[in-house]
Design a protein around this ligand. Structure first.
Ligand code: GLN
Length: 243
């Protein structure tokens, strides 16, 4: 089976190894015999969302978010429709912020988002930087997710928005309410860089599973696949932060 991943703005939205998420998806899909193809979408490059099975967009500095957000807004109706229709998407940090209603940058610029996730982001007092350990609300095994955060924005979930995880170590969405990220349907927004998927194979597999079942129907399965190296990397972080 072919799977097409649309990678939004790989040149401008790619911090702290975010592209590693694409490599992890590609690796674990290919190991299962899936023909995984990545289509890079930069500013002005169109796509037919009906031909896409998964979307990834990484984080970016405020200046880079400002460069791409108008183009991103132009994709609003097509992308929102596809996400509402179950298209899986992983959005990290700066991308996560722009999936919400708005992101107000550190110097007070308001960047409108596509409003798919019911979240808003405003500047926090101090940047949130460091390792993050959290417990996912998704049915994944292990529940623990590890990553690295570095963001100035503080994100607050609106009514009905479901957090991706509960923070055990780090700041997560805002350093106040103990939430990290947001999930709606098959869309995952998160502050976790690092990159996230190579150290959290349970999330990689969930995204692949969502993409395959969307194509083949709810009964479709993906083959079990050894994840001992990935989980060893996951455990190194847990040991390093002594949690
Ligand atoms: N520029 C945004 C912030 O500082 C996002 C940063 C990021 O993607 N790491 O909050």
């Amino acid at each position: 089976m072919d799977l097409v991943l649309a990678h939004l703005y790989p040149q401008r939205m790619n911090l702290y190894g975010d592209r590693g998420n694409v490599l992890a998806l590609q690796y674990r899909a290919a190991k299962r015999g899936l023909n995984f193809r990545v289509v890079d979408l930069e500013i002005g490059e169109g796509v037919d969302w009906r031909e896409v099975d998964m979307v990834f967009m990484g984080g970016g500095e405020d200046s880079h978010q400002a460069m791409i957000y108008e183009d991103f807004l132009e994709r609003k109706s097509g992308l929102s429709e596809a996400l509402s229709d179950g298209l899986p998407m992983l959005a990290v940090c700066g991308a996560y912020q722009l999936l919400g209603h708005e992101y107000v940058t550190a110097d007070g610029h308001k960047l409108e988002g596509i409003g798919y996730l019911n979240i808003t982001t405003r500047p926090g007092g101090k940047r949130a930087i460091g390792d993050v350990v959290c417990e996912s609300t998704l049915s994944v095994n292990p529940k623990t997710l590890v990553g690295f955060e570095n963001h100035g924005g503080q994100t607050f979930l609106g009514e009905g928005a479901t957090p991706l995880a509960r923070v055990r170590l780090g700041h997560g969405n805002n350093g106040e309410d103990g939430t990290e990220g947001a999930v709606q349907g098959h869309t995952i927004g998160t502050y976790l860089h690092g990159s996230l998927l190579p150290k959290n194979p349970q999330l990689t597999d969930l995204l692949i599973f969502w993409a395959v079942t969307r194509r083949e129907g709810d009964d479709a399965l993906i083959a079990p696949l050894d994840a001992s190296w990935e989980l060893a990397a996951h455990d190194v972080i847990l040991k390093r932060v002594k949690i």
